[in-house]
Design a protein. Structure first.
Length: 298
């Protein structure tokens, strides 16, 4: 009887999927990273799936704050490449952060299928236990950066956790219905990726539009909004609408509009990086309180 019980327990242990956030594989250091930083590809567990991503960290021993980076695009469009991860995530790591990023399920050779803001949001949230399981990471100091579709993923993640000390959203999708009106060529993408799109279109789009749920975002997570006024991929009025929704909900934020800036804010890269670093250093690394958002002053 004891042998049978032991064998059953062993079989169950073998059959159990790895815990969410478990790193399943890690690649060799990528070339092109800044000095003092190592960037690697990773496979990690999310909802029983093997999801692809990246990990960047300073080489020097120590305990560091962390950043979660949420990529834009869908499927392989906008996916992180080794060179892009080494450059962009490596830059953030050179500021003194451990940085993780997901390709989202089904992308880059990962298992499953992305849902453009559905169950794939778990792939972002499951980076939190991944960070928790790493040595040299301060789990109390975690920030999040998202660009374009990654901005939508950031808002959706923030609606489900209060662990993010500060967030930054660049050219973020905040109103998916408005995006489809202005860019009808995106309709087939949404139909293909979003479960229930044809039968419950309005609800599915609303569930992915942060202008509709700004009041559910944590009151303790200040958000930096960055957008170019010449962005044709995501209309800059979405940043204005999100700022208005955050103001109405009394959520802390800062809005930066860059005159003539495109979707990637390529003309303002140094300014953007400076703003991102200052924001994360202030509210994540140094854990400074944000000013009162109630009316005050003389």
């Amino acid at each position: 009887m004891m042998l049978a019980s032991a064998l059953l327990a062993l079989a169950q242990a073998v059959a159990a999927p790895p815990a969410d956030g478990t790193i399943l594989a890690m690649g060799e250091p990528l070339p092109g990273a800044p000095d003092g930083v190592v960037v690697r590809s990773i496979d990690y567990a999310s909802d029983g799936l093997r999801v692809k991503g990246y990990l960047a960290r300073p080489k020097a021993e120590g305990t560091y704050p962390a950043l979660i980076f949420n990529r834009g695009g869908n499927r392989e469009f906008g996916a992180l490449t080794d060179a892009g991860a080494a450059r962009r995530l490596g830059l953030y790591a050179s500021w003194g952060y451990v940085v993780v990023a997901s390709q989202y399920r089904g992308n880059g050779g990962g298992e499953g299928r992305e849902e453009f803001g559905g169950e794939d949001v778990n792939d972002v949230l499951n980076l939190l236990p991944l960070l928790d399981g790493m040595s040299g990471v301060d789990r109390e100091r975690v920030g999040m950066i998202g660009w374009s579709r990654g901005g939508m993923m950031t808002y959706l993640a923030l609606a489900r956790t209060d662990r993010i000390r500060a967030a930054a959203v660049g050219a973020g999708l905040a109103d998916l219905e408005a995006s489809l009106r202005l860019r009808p060529e995106l309709e087939p993408v949404a139909r293909d990726l979003i479960p229930g799109f044809d039968t419950d279109r309005e609800a599915q789009l609303a569930a992915r539009s942060a202008v509709r749920f700004a009041g559910t975002l944590p009151a303790t997570t200040p958000i930096l909004l960055l957008h170019g006024t010449s962005d044709w991929r995501v209309d800059p009025r979405q940043a204005l609408a999100m700022a208005s929704a955050l103001l109405e909900a009394k959520r802390p934020y800062r809005l930066l509009l860059f005159e003539g800036g495109d979707h990637a804010l390529g003309e303002f890269r140094d300014d953007v990086d400076r703003a991102l670093r200052e924001w994360m250093d202030r509210y994540v690394r140094d854990r400074k309180p944000f000013p009162s958002i109630e009316p005050h002053g003389d």
